[in-house]
Design a protein around this ligand. Structure first.
Ligand code: AMP
Length: 404
């Protein structure tokens, strides 16, 4: 990251969670990041902000009762570093919004009507959309002159084929309650699949890809010629792969059993499946670095968590290879995908008969840029492509403002 004397033309990207606010000031064309940071534990007495600007990181602890206070505090830190956000000539504030429901398929300029529609859709994403909205309201209040744009995590998957988007439940109930598979992490899957095509020097429209976004949340997608044909997350981000704290796929009968027999309430089951399951539920850790360290000491629960994680990943990999018919590239991204050498090796081990051959030396290389980790004689190219959701949101936001 380099210092910037002017933030003119930049986009302030905000990703508001229930008690956090991640932000980045990035120029959509030069890709220059002027500053970035995260406010955490908003609403608690010990809330803090970590802010990096001009190569200098500051960590400040201060009570931030709400997101408005967090945005205000963030703006003060920008000002201390020489950037007055309200007078900097920002192109836009770009907001990550998790669920666009059946309404939003494109990045959308935020108006009062858009806010009330995002609010209406909140029933589909009660853990995410209300938090996103709080961030939107705070930015609109403190930066009223700057256009704000919502970029939806579901948008990329809007065109999923009906057969992939439909749950086999009563049609009347499904239609009434907007129950279908929406998919999430769309900004990342789109960005990474485009970057993979650029890296390979191939036309996006000509290649079939599997993208494995493995972070604390995790999802896979099958993309044919730039169009997603399947993805692992569904109506909510709970479906699919094993994640840091989310279960991924389970038999829905388990939910009924937990309610009827274990007498857990809906909210308790929600917390169990979203916050206390996945890797954390299996071994007490949701960070792969800790799991790897525990495995090295012979810890059986860490080993089991790892094995379940890899098993689920391979199951979807196999499914997507069949769905796509021909696969040109498999790409790993996000925190685990970009860094966990053993996950990449184990996910693709023994698949030489399917044209997949990892080069162990290439797989060991740690880098921040896109790279190939397959051997030259691998029929399918295996890549690591760092995701950059902030840049993608900035570009999409700037495009909306330019077009409106
Ligand atoms: P993300 O949600 O994309 O920020 O990914 C966060 C996750 O990436 C963390 O919870 C870790 O499990 C994982 N991660 C980050 N760095 C490493 C690393 N060097 N080795 C293994 N896993 C990592």
């Amino acid at each position: 990251m380099s210092a910037s004397s002017s933030a003119g033309g930049a986009v302030l990207v905000l990703n508001a969670g229930s008690s956090s606010l991640k932000y980045q000031l990035v120029h959509p064309e030069t890709e220059e990041v002027s500053a970035e940071g995260i406010a955490e534990r908003i609403g608690d007495h010990d809330s803090s902000i970590t802010h990096t600007q001009g190569g200098k990181e500051v960590v400040e602890t201060r009570a931030m009762p709400d997101h408005l206070a967090a945005v205000e505090f963030m703006m003060g830190l920008f000002a201390e570093g020489g950037i007055d956000l309200s007078a900097a000539g920002l192109t836009a504030v770009g907001h990550r919004v998790v669920h666009g429901g059946r309404t939003f398929f494109h990045p959308t300029r935020i108006t009062a009507e858009v806010i009330s529609e995002i609010d209406r859709i909140s029933t589909l994403a009660p853990l995410h959309n209300p938090a996103n909205l709080v961030g939107i309201e705070a930015a609109r209040e403190l930066l009223p002159e700057v256009p704000s744009v919502a970029v939806f995590d579901t948008a990329f998957f809007h065109g999923l084929p009906d057969s992939a988007a439909t749950y086999a439940i009563d049609r009347g109930v499904a239609d009434l309650h907007a129950i279908r598979r929406y998919g999430f992490h769309g900004t990342s899957h789109q960005y990474v699949s485009e970057q993979a095509a650029v890296f390979l020097g191939r036309d996006l429209a000509d290649i079939n890809q599997i993208v494995l976004h493995l972070g604390n949340g995790a999802s896979a997608s099958a993309i044919a010629g730039g169009q997603p044909i399947d993805t692992t997350m569904g109506m909510t981000p709970l479906e699919g792969l094993v994640m840091g704290t989310r279960s991924g796929d389970i038999d829905p009968g388990i939910v009924l059993h937990l309610n009827r027999v274990a007498h857990l309430s809906v909210d308790q089951i929600d917390t169990l499946l979203n916050k206390q399951s996945g890797l954390k539920g299996l071994c007490g850790e949701n960070d792969f670095r800790a799991i790897t360290e525990k495995m090295a000491t012979g810890d059986a629960s860490a080993r089991k968590a790892y094995d379940v994680y890899i098993h689920r990943l391979r199951r979807y990999l196999g499914a997507y290879m069949i769905e796509l018919g021909r696969v040109d590239a498999i790409t790993f991204t996000a925190g685990v995908g970009e860094n966990a050498v053993s996950v990449r090796a184990d996910a693709l081990a023994g698949l030489e008969t399917y044209g997949i051959r990892i080069d162990p030396q290439r797989n060991e290389i740690r880098a921040k840029h896109a790279r190939q980790i397959s051997a030259d004689d691998s029929t399918i190219d295996v890549l690591v492509v760092p995701t950059n959701e902030e840049l993608a949101i900035a570009r999409q936001s700037a495009a909306v403002v330019a077009g409106s």
